[in-house]
Write a protein that binds this ligand. Structure first.
Ligand code: PLP
Ligand code: SF4
Length: 340
């Protein structure tokens, strides 16, 4: 970027905001005027999986409310350290589907590329919280191998940028990769699974649009918003920019106890998404990942909740309720009937 010498104060770049993310539990509690009693558990659980949350996301949390739905997604708490039978470090068996560095090829026609190991935010319920990302930081030679893998398999119609968070990679890397993929004739679609614009809307720059939209491939972006409060005007503006560039916008959420498990939460989320130009796509049943048991919403409650959504919302604003089962050929939908 070129700055004139007399430029007014520049707003922070996404890289600065990313680097300045809050990682110290005491700083987060202080910032939100929360009670010190939350500190010891937060420090304990953060040893297992660090706290990490960028400022623009914190700005959408309510002060003084330990039950804030955005805070609950990122604040480490003591319950994470309880041993819960059946909650394991790799519930989806991805460490096995990860046959080559950087590639997860589980589903027909679609291939997931781990473009960047890092995330801008550490979500406490994440099924990848124990994933060995360090093994997935690719060298240039390994990138070539990943591209060779796609070239050699004509059944791959869609490439999905994933992570970590793929938008933690810089625009230059994304532009190079997208050009290489667009040069593979059998690839017809590009998809980006990201939470970064949600927590740092400033990530949506002209350079990013050029990197993603500069080829023949149509682009779909699947955001990850769990609560209507995440959709503030700065995110809506970023989504508007992405849509104006022709990117189709979808959302996937995770059903989380104490965050979005009430009917009104889900209706508000779908309505806010629609108003922002984003279609609800998936609502995921929590994966049984170690340390996340306290977020679980049981199947019966989940099916009833989405059944109630069916009678309150137009069909296209009701997400598909799905679960991932290791070894299955796709995500598995739960059968939902309308509930008054
Ligand atoms: C969810 C997912 C996909 C994409 O699945 P769709 O049902 O096409 O959205 C691809 N690969 C992996 C590993 C996934 O988890
Ligand atoms: S941004 Fe996505 S991959 Fe990263 S911690 Fe959150 S849920 Fe997990």
């Amino acid at each position: 970027m070129i700055h004139g010498s007399s430029a007014p104060v520049e707003s922070d770049t996404w890289q600065t905001l990313l680097a300045r993310s809050v990682t110290d539990p005491a700083a987060l509690l202080d910032r939100l005027q929360l009670h010190d009693s939350l500190l010891d558990p937060a420090r304990g659980a953060a040893q297992d999986f660090p706290l990490r949350v960028p400022e623009p996301y914190i700005a959408r949390m309510r002060r003084g409310d330990p039950d804030d739905p955005l805070l609950r997604q990122v604040l480490p708490i003591g319950e994470e350290l309880l041993d819960q039978p059946g909650y394991v470090t790799d519930p989806l068996g991805e460490q096995h589907a990860n046959a080559r560095p950087g590639i997860i090829h589980k589903y027909h026609g679609r291939l997931l590329l781990v473009v960047s190991a890092g995330c801008a935010v550490n979500c406490r319920y994440c099924f990848r919280r124990h994933f060995p990302y360090d093994d997935n930081n690719l060298s240039t030679a390994e990138w070539q191998e990943a591209l060779d893998y796609i070239r050699a398999d004509a059944s791959i119609r869609e490439v999905i940028y994933s992570g970590g968070d793929p938008l933690a990679a810089n625009d230059k890397r994304l532009a190079w990769l997208t050009r290489e993929i667009a040069n593979i004739p059998h690839v017809m679609r590009l998809r980006v699974h990201t939470r970064l614009p949600v927590v740092i809307p400033q990530r949506v720059t002209a350079g990013l649009i050029d990197a993603l939209c500069g080829t023949r491939l149509p682009v779909t972006m699947v955001l990850h918003c769990n609560h209507a409060n995440e959709l503030d005007p700065s995110l809506e503006q970023a989504v508007h920019t992405l849509r104006s560039a022709g990117i189709m916008m979808l959302n996937q959420a995770v059903l989380l106890r104490g965050v979005n498990d009430q009917l009104e939460d889900q209706i508000a989320l779908s309505e806010r998404l629609a108003d922002s130009g984003i279609m609800p796509y998936y609502l995921h049943i929590l994966d049984h990942v170690k340390g996340a048991r306290h977020f679980l919403v049981g199947d019966d409650q989940a099916i009833r909740l989405v059944g109630q959504m069916l009678t309150r919302l137009p069909g296209f604003l009701v997400p598909r309720l799905v679960r991932e089962i290791a070894g299955e050929r796709s995500k598995v939908p739960l059968v939902v009937q309308p509930v008054e």
